[in-house]
Design a protein around this ligand. Sequence first.
Ligand SMILES: C[S@@+](CC[C@H](N)C(=O)[O-])C[C@H]1O[C@@H](n2cnc3c(N)ncnc32)[C@H](O)[C@@H]1O
Length: 191
Amino acid sequence: MEFVGELAVVQQRLAASRDLVARRLAVLEALAVAPGEQVLEAGCGSGLLLREIGAAVGEQGLAIGIDMSPDQPTAARSHCKDMTQVQVRVEDMRAVAAADDLFDATVYVQVLEYVPDVETAVAEAARVTKPGGRFVNVATNWGSLWWAGGEAELTARMVSAWHGHHRIRTCRWCYRCCWSTLASPPCTSAR
Ligand SMILES: C[S@@+](CC[C@H](N)C(=O)[O-])C[C@H]1O[C@@H](n2cnc3c(N)ncnc32)[C@H](O)[C@@H]1O
């Protein structure tokens, strides 16, 4: 799935919804960003979380947002245009243009579901995050979603179409190789 054109706009509207505001607050709390830190957000979408991260690191820090879609970084740049500490790049999270152990924290929100080779993406986060740094990942196990629709055939078609919109089942994620150098062990609840 590519978040371009109309779909980019839909994603931007969703990101502004009340539920996703609440999710961003939870992510920020988990990320525990301090002034002066350097933070990477991969799959930054329209930049709403990135702006919060930029505010938390302050002018002495750095918040880098990357997104593979050509449209989303434009929206993110516009949303953070008054913040010199925020940079936005069109970039694939599986090949981050950053030195090893650069970031104090790395965050993915609702993005790994759309990456075909999750292990590569998670390994990149481990590579660019400092030993002892923080990694926050939010993802949905879309495979567990179901509608209680009134019409069985229509419901089955909707569910089938929905399940095709993401590439992987989160319960199969594998973190086995990447996180031994970081302070916190990965969450295993999604396995
Ligand atoms: C569902 S949106 C979530 C955006 C944002 N994190 C949020 O929570 O509102 C997924 C985003 O991940 C981006 N994305 C997907 N695969 C990517 C990849 N390999 N590298 C970087 N970004 C990617 C998409 O372009 C899209 O903007």
